[in-house]
Design a protein around this ligand. Structure first.
Ligand SMILES: NC(=O)c1ccc[n+]([C@@H]2O[C@H](COP(=O)([O-])OP(=O)(O)OC[C@H]3O[C@@H](n4cnc5c(N)ncnc54)[C@H](OP(=O)(O)O)[C@@H]3O)[C@@H](O)[C@H]2O)c1
Length: 307
């Protein structure tokens, strides 16, 4: 029996949260698709496989826990893994938490979710938020924009491209905005919301700095000492270039929806920032590491999975 249950304890956000929970003396159980990953919490984390088709089994793993911290979602559909399925799996997790008597759910959504969005990611996130409200367990819905941290994909892979390519293509004018939050700050926010009382809350979770995408690329380029030439191109050309490059890194570098979502200014918030870490300062500290290796979404999440 654990005090807290998390998703993705060996993955990205969930790993930072798991560390905080363990340091604060909590016992932790974590759902994953892939228990073969390196486990820095041996002996301190009870690993459980997701069993979305067996809600009772997931409820058993959650029984006795005070809080369920949810980060489960997919970045883009691939093969049988669709947003529809990710919504159903999210509902199965909330139902299991309710059955298990969990007192609070801290859920990771996205800034600017909407049922009317042209993007499946944002529509799916809106549906999951509604499903959580319907489950009737007190909750916090946290809406981040994009995370930065050692294992992140977007900032790291911008740096990787800047290091390895003589040209850096930008879709459109590059004036669309992005307001990233440090993964450590976000994990601390989740931890804090897990300690709250029984009122439910919905809040954006963004960092202190807003950049235009062009400014962001220029900053990263400078910090990693890249001499890549930044070239603005039509969004379709940018996307086709990313499709041509994807097999070289055995990944889907970016989807068309992600290009359009970025350009639609969805990665910013009008609410006050909650993250305190400056991306600029973080990049200065991590310049020697960021973008040295490419981070692949496909190898991270389409190797072994439950359903
Ligand atoms: N990364 C960002 O910059 C960002 C920005 C805004 C919002 N968010 C939201 O923040 C949450 C956490 O994001 P994250 O990047 O930290 O995620 P993550 O740790 O890589 O994954 C979170 C959980 O979802 C599972 N998962 C992810 N992709 C999957 C797939 N394709 N098939 C099956 N399971 C999959 C993972 O399974 P395993 O445990 O097996 O790894 C893990 O349990 C998500 O809800 C995401 O939508 C992320």
């Amino acid at each position: 029996m654990a005090d807290a249950v998390v998703t993705g304890p060996l993955s990205f956000t969930g790993k930072y949260l798991t560390k905080l929970l363990i340091v604060s003396g909590k016992t932790v159980a974590g759902f994953t698709n892939d228990s073969s990953r390196a486990n820095p919490f041996t002996g301190q984390l009870d690993l459980v496989r997701f069993t979305f088709d067996d809600v009772d089994a997931m409820a058993s793993a959650m029984r006795g826990a005070q809080t369920f911290y949810n980060t489960y979602w997919i970045r883009y559909p691939r093969g049988e893994m669709t947003y529809e399925r990710a919504v159903e799996n999210s509902v199965a997790l909330f139902t299991a938490a309710k059955l298990a008597g969990v007192q609070r759910i801290v859920h990771t959504s996205i800034a600017n979710p909407s049922f009317d969005s042209p993007f499946g990611y944002y529509r799916g996130k809106a549906r999951v938020e509604l499903a959580l409200k319907d489950v009737g367990v007190p909750h916090s819905i946290l809406r981040p924009t994009v995370f930065f941290g050692k294992e992140d994909i977007l900032i790291n892979n911008i740096a990787w491209l800047a290091r390895h390519s003589p040209l850096f293509l930008i879709a459109g004018d590059g004036n669309y905005k992005i307001q990233p939050i440090a993964v450590e700050d976000y994990a601390a926010l989740m931890n804090e919301h897990g300690e709250r009382d029984d009122t439910s809350i919905v809040t954006d979770a963004v960092g202190p700095e807003t950049y235009s995408f062009l400014e962001l690329v220029e900053l990263i380029r400078k910090k990693v000492g890249s001499r890549a030439r930044i070239v603005r191109v039509a969004p379709r050309i940018f996307y086709v270039a990313s499709l041509l490059m994807s097999p070289l890194v055995r990944d889907t570098i970016v989807t068309w929806d992600e290009v359009r979502g970025l350009m639609a200014n969805l990665l910013v918030s009008n609410e006050p920032p909650v993250g305190r870490t400056s991306l600029r300062a973080w990049l200065s500290h991590n310049a020697g590491m960021v973008g040295v290796e490419y981070h692949s979404e496909v190898s991270r999440h389409y190797g072994k999975r439950s359903s």
